[in-house]
Ligand binder design. Sequence first.
Ligand SMILES: C[S@@+](CC[C@H](N)C(=O)[O-])C[C@H]1O[C@@H](n2cnc3c(N)ncnc32)[C@H](O)[C@@H]1O
Length: 238
Amino acid sequence: MRVDAAVARSTNAAQTGIPSYLERVYWWAYVHPKAVYVFERQWLVNLILWGNFGRLRDRAIELLSPGIGGKTLQIACVYGDLTGRLAAQVPETGQLDVVDILPVQLDNLQRKLPAGHRVGAIHGNSAHLDVADGAYDQALLFFLLHEQPEDVRRATLSEALRVVRPGGRLVIVDYHQPKKTHPLRWLMRQVLTHLEPFAMDLWHRPIEDWLPPGHRAKVLSHSLSFGGLYQVYDIQVG
Ligand SMILES: C[S@@+](CC[C@H](N)C(=O)[O-])C[C@H]1O[C@@H](n2cnc3c(N)ncnc32)[C@H](O)[C@@H]1O
Protein backbone atom coordinates (compact mmCIF):
# COMPACT_ATOMS: atom_id res chain seq x y z
CA MET A 1 0.00 0.00 0.00
CA ARG A 2 1.29 3.48 -0.87
CA VAL A 3 0.40 6.72 0.84
CA ASP A 4 1.68 10.07 -0.40
CA ALA A 5 4.06 11.83 1.94
CA ALA A 6 3.29 9.46 4.76
CA VAL A 7 4.41 6.03 5.77
CA ALA A 8 1.99 3.35 4.72
CA ARG A 9 2.09 0.72 7.45
CA SER A 10 1.02 -2.73 6.44
CA THR A 11 -0.82 -4.92 8.90
CA ASN A 12 0.56 -8.08 7.37
CA ALA A 13 3.09 -9.01 10.03
CA ALA A 14 4.27 -12.06 8.10
CA GLN A 15 5.59 -9.79 5.38
CA THR A 16 6.65 -6.78 7.40
CA GLY A 17 8.30 -8.36 10.42
CA ILE A 18 12.00 -7.53 10.68
CA PRO A 19 13.95 -10.19 8.75
CA SER A 20 16.27 -12.25 10.97
CA TYR A 21 19.40 -11.28 8.97
CA LEU A 22 18.71 -7.59 9.60
CA GLU A 23 18.35 -8.10 13.33
CA ARG A 24 21.29 -10.46 13.56
CA VAL A 25 23.82 -8.86 11.19
CA TYR A 26 22.74 -5.26 10.60
CA TRP A 27 21.14 -4.25 13.93
CA TRP A 28 23.90 -1.70 14.47
CA ALA A 29 23.44 -0.05 11.05
CA TYR A 30 19.67 0.13 10.63
CA VAL A 31 17.61 -1.40 13.44
CA HIS A 32 19.03 0.10 16.63
CA PRO A 33 17.27 3.37 17.63
CA LYS A 34 20.63 5.20 17.54
CA ALA A 35 21.59 3.84 14.09
CA VAL A 36 19.94 6.67 12.20
CA TYR A 37 21.55 9.24 14.47
CA VAL A 38 24.99 7.76 13.83
CA PHE A 39 24.81 6.98 10.11
CA GLU A 40 22.57 9.68 8.64
CA ARG A 41 25.48 11.89 7.70
CA GLN A 42 26.45 12.59 4.11
CA TRP A 43 30.17 12.65 4.86
CA LEU A 44 29.99 9.29 6.61
CA VAL A 45 28.14 7.45 3.86
CA ASN A 46 30.58 8.97 1.40
CA LEU A 47 33.51 7.79 3.53
CA ILE A 48 32.07 4.27 3.76
CA LEU A 49 32.11 4.20 -0.05
CA TRP A 50 35.64 5.65 -0.17
CA GLY A 51 34.44 8.96 -1.61
CA ASN A 52 32.36 7.31 -4.32
CA PHE A 53 28.84 7.94 -2.97
CA GLY A 54 28.16 10.97 -5.18
CA ARG A 55 29.48 9.34 -8.34
CA LEU A 56 27.46 6.16 -7.81
CA ARG A 57 24.34 8.10 -6.79
CA ASP A 58 24.57 10.30 -9.89
CA ARG A 59 25.16 7.31 -12.18
CA ALA A 60 22.06 5.59 -10.79
CA ILE A 61 19.97 8.74 -11.24
CA GLU A 62 21.31 9.23 -14.76
CA LEU A 63 20.35 5.67 -15.74
CA LEU A 64 16.89 6.03 -14.22
CA SER A 65 16.30 9.28 -16.13
CA PRO A 66 13.67 10.46 -13.61
CA GLY A 67 13.16 13.66 -15.62
CA ILE A 68 11.16 11.82 -18.25
CA GLY A 69 8.44 11.01 -15.70
CA GLY A 70 6.84 7.65 -15.05
CA LYS A 71 6.80 5.66 -11.84
CA THR A 72 10.02 4.81 -10.03
CA LEU A 73 10.43 2.46 -7.08
CA GLN A 74 13.50 2.77 -4.87
CA ILE A 75 13.79 -0.58 -3.12
CA ALA A 76 15.14 0.18 0.39
CA CYS A 77 16.10 3.46 2.02
CA VAL A 78 19.64 4.74 1.69
CA TYR A 79 21.43 7.05 4.11
CA GLY A 80 22.49 10.34 2.53
CA ASP A 81 20.90 12.40 -0.20
CA LEU A 82 20.18 9.79 -2.89
CA THR A 83 16.39 9.89 -2.53
CA GLY A 84 16.28 13.67 -2.22
CA ARG A 85 18.33 14.12 -5.40
CA LEU A 86 16.25 11.54 -7.24
CA ALA A 87 12.99 13.12 -6.07
CA ALA A 88 14.16 16.57 -7.15
CA GLN A 89 14.29 15.37 -10.75
CA VAL A 90 10.88 13.69 -10.80
CA PRO A 91 8.40 15.96 -12.64
CA GLU A 92 4.76 16.54 -11.63
CA THR A 93 3.75 13.77 -14.02
CA GLY A 94 6.10 11.29 -12.36
CA GLN A 95 6.09 9.42 -9.08
CA LEU A 96 8.78 8.12 -6.74
CA ASP A 97 8.07 5.55 -4.05
CA VAL A 98 10.50 4.06 -1.54
CA VAL A 99 9.86 0.72 0.11
CA ASP A 100 11.65 -0.40 3.28
CA ILE A 101 11.08 -3.04 5.93
CA LEU A 102 12.05 -0.81 8.86
CA PRO A 103 9.64 1.93 10.00
CA VAL A 104 12.58 3.74 11.65
CA GLN A 105 14.22 4.09 8.24
CA LEU A 106 11.01 5.30 6.58
CA ASP A 107 10.49 7.84 9.38
CA ASN A 108 14.05 9.07 8.83
CA LEU A 109 13.33 9.40 5.12
CA GLN A 110 10.30 11.57 5.84
CA ARG A 111 12.39 13.81 8.06
CA LYS A 112 15.22 14.35 5.62
CA LEU A 113 13.09 15.13 2.56
CA PRO A 114 12.02 18.74 2.05
CA ALA A 115 8.59 19.86 3.26
CA GLY A 116 5.87 19.18 0.73
CA HIS A 117 7.75 16.39 -1.02
CA ARG A 118 5.72 13.87 -3.00
CA VAL A 119 7.77 10.75 -2.30
CA GLY A 120 5.61 7.78 -1.32
CA ALA A 121 6.86 5.66 1.58
CA ILE A 122 5.90 2.00 1.64
CA HIS A 123 6.42 -0.30 4.59
CA GLY A 124 7.21 -3.62 2.99
CA ASN A 125 9.66 -6.39 2.32
CA SER A 126 11.69 -6.39 -0.89
CA ALA A 127 11.28 -10.16 -1.02
CA HIS A 128 7.45 -10.01 -1.02
CA LEU A 129 6.35 -6.69 -2.47
CA ASP A 130 2.68 -5.87 -2.05
CA VAL A 131 2.68 -4.27 -5.49
CA ALA A 132 0.94 -5.27 -8.74
CA ASP A 133 2.89 -6.78 -11.62
CA GLY A 134 4.35 -4.10 -13.88
CA ALA A 135 3.21 -1.27 -11.61
CA TYR A 136 6.45 0.69 -12.06
CA ASP A 137 8.42 1.92 -15.05
CA GLN A 138 11.70 1.41 -13.25
CA ALA A 139 13.27 0.34 -9.98
CA LEU A 140 16.52 0.95 -8.13
CA LEU A 141 18.49 -1.39 -5.87
CA PHE A 142 21.27 0.69 -4.30
CA PHE A 143 23.61 -1.40 -2.11
CA LEU A 144 20.80 -3.67 -0.92
CA LEU A 145 21.64 -7.04 -2.49
CA HIS A 146 24.99 -7.47 -0.70
CA GLU A 147 23.22 -7.18 2.64
CA GLN A 148 20.82 -10.03 1.93
CA PRO A 149 21.31 -13.77 2.25
CA GLU A 150 21.12 -15.61 -1.07
CA ASP A 151 17.49 -16.73 -0.82
CA VAL A 152 16.32 -13.20 0.05
CA ARG A 153 18.54 -11.72 -2.69
CA ARG A 154 16.95 -14.04 -5.26
CA ALA A 155 13.47 -13.11 -4.06
CA THR A 156 14.29 -9.38 -4.14
CA LEU A 157 15.53 -9.60 -7.73
CA SER A 158 12.52 -11.65 -8.75
CA GLU A 159 10.17 -9.11 -7.16
CA ALA A 160 12.02 -6.18 -8.73
CA LEU A 161 11.62 -7.74 -12.19
CA ARG A 162 7.96 -8.51 -11.47
CA VAL A 163 6.91 -5.03 -10.39
CA VAL A 164 8.64 -3.26 -13.31
CA ARG A 165 6.68 -3.31 -16.57
CA PRO A 166 8.11 -5.11 -19.60
CA GLY A 167 10.53 -2.76 -21.32
CA GLY A 168 11.15 -0.86 -18.07
CA ARG A 169 14.47 -0.60 -16.27
CA LEU A 170 16.09 -2.07 -13.21
CA VAL A 171 19.24 -0.27 -12.05
CA ILE A 172 21.50 -2.02 -9.55
CA VAL A 173 24.48 -0.47 -7.76
CA ASP A 174 26.49 -2.65 -5.40
CA TYR A 175 29.84 -4.13 -4.41
CA HIS A 176 32.00 -6.20 -6.76
CA GLN A 177 35.36 -7.92 -6.46
CA PRO A 178 38.11 -5.33 -6.94
CA LYS A 179 41.09 -6.09 -9.13
CA LYS A 180 43.93 -8.09 -7.56
CA THR A 181 46.21 -5.04 -7.23
CA HIS A 182 43.56 -2.81 -5.63
CA PRO A 183 45.15 -1.15 -2.55
CA LEU A 184 41.92 -1.61 -0.55
CA ARG A 185 41.31 -5.22 -1.57
CA TRP A 186 42.68 -6.83 1.60
CA LEU A 187 41.01 -4.30 3.90
CA MET A 188 37.63 -4.54 2.15
CA ARG A 189 37.77 -8.33 2.30
CA GLN A 190 38.26 -8.12 6.10
CA VAL A 191 35.54 -5.49 6.55
CA LEU A 192 32.98 -7.28 4.42
CA THR A 193 33.74 -10.76 5.73
CA HIS A 194 33.38 -9.68 9.35
CA LEU A 195 30.70 -7.00 9.18
CA GLU A 196 28.71 -7.88 6.05
CA PRO A 197 28.90 -11.66 5.66
CA PHE A 198 26.69 -11.96 2.56
CA ALA A 199 28.59 -9.29 0.65
CA MET A 200 31.40 -11.59 -0.45
CA ASP A 201 28.89 -13.43 -2.64
CA LEU A 202 29.04 -10.41 -4.94
CA TRP A 203 32.81 -10.78 -5.20
CA HIS A 204 32.45 -14.34 -6.42
CA ARG A 205 29.39 -14.36 -8.64
CA PRO A 206 27.71 -12.02 -11.11
CA ILE A 207 24.32 -10.69 -10.09
CA GLU A 208 22.78 -12.41 -13.15
CA ASP A 209 23.26 -15.71 -11.24
CA TRP A 210 20.47 -14.75 -8.84
CA LEU A 211 17.93 -13.65 -11.43
CA PRO A 212 14.89 -15.96 -11.56
CA PRO A 213 15.05 -18.94 -13.91
CA GLY A 214 13.54 -18.21 -17.32
CA HIS A 215 13.67 -14.44 -16.84
CA ARG A 216 13.63 -12.31 -19.98
CA ALA A 217 15.61 -9.40 -18.59
CA LYS A 218 18.45 -8.05 -20.71
CA VAL A 219 21.61 -6.48 -19.32
CA LEU A 220 22.01 -3.25 -21.31
CA SER A 221 25.21 -2.31 -19.55
CA HIS A 222 27.39 -3.50 -16.69
CA SER A 223 30.16 -1.20 -15.57
CA LEU A 224 32.79 -1.35 -12.87
CA SER A 225 34.25 1.60 -11.02
CA PHE A 226 36.91 2.43 -8.43
CA GLY A 227 39.17 -0.44 -9.46
CA GLY A 228 36.25 -2.86 -9.67
CA LEU A 229 35.06 -2.45 -6.07
CA TYR A 230 31.68 -1.20 -7.28
CA GLN A 231 29.42 -2.28 -10.10
CA VAL A 232 26.44 -0.76 -11.85
CA TYR A 233 23.90 -2.72 -13.88
CA ASP A 234 21.38 -1.22 -16.27
CA ILE A 235 18.84 -3.96 -16.97
CA GLN A 236 15.89 -3.89 -19.32
CA VAL A 237 13.00 -5.88 -17.91
CA GLY A 238 11.61 -8.43 -20.40
C1 LIG B 1 19.73 -0.07 0.86
S1 LIG B 1 20.44 -0.89 2.14
C2 LIG B 1 22.06 -0.18 2.26
C3 LIG B 1 22.28 1.21 1.80
C4 LIG B 1 23.58 1.85 2.13
N1 LIG B 1 24.49 0.98 2.81
C5 LIG B 1 23.35 3.10 2.94
O1 LIG B 1 24.27 3.88 3.02
O2 LIG B 1 22.29 3.34 3.47
C6 LIG B 1 19.79 -0.41 3.68
C7 LIG B 1 18.30 -0.47 3.82
O3 LIG B 1 17.77 -1.70 3.36
C8 LIG B 1 16.66 -2.01 4.15
N2 LIG B 1 16.33 -3.43 3.96
C9 LIG B 1 17.10 -4.49 4.23
N3 LIG B 1 16.45 -5.63 3.94
C10 LIG B 1 15.24 -5.28 3.42
C11 LIG B 1 14.13 -6.00 2.93
N4 LIG B 1 14.12 -7.33 2.90
N5 LIG B 1 13.06 -5.30 2.49
C12 LIG B 1 13.05 -3.95 2.52
N6 LIG B 1 14.08 -3.21 2.99
C13 LIG B 1 15.17 -3.86 3.44
C14 LIG B 1 17.09 -1.65 5.54
O4 LIG B 1 16.00 -1.49 6.43
C15 LIG B 1 17.84 -0.34 5.28
O5 LIG B 1 17.03 0.78 5.40
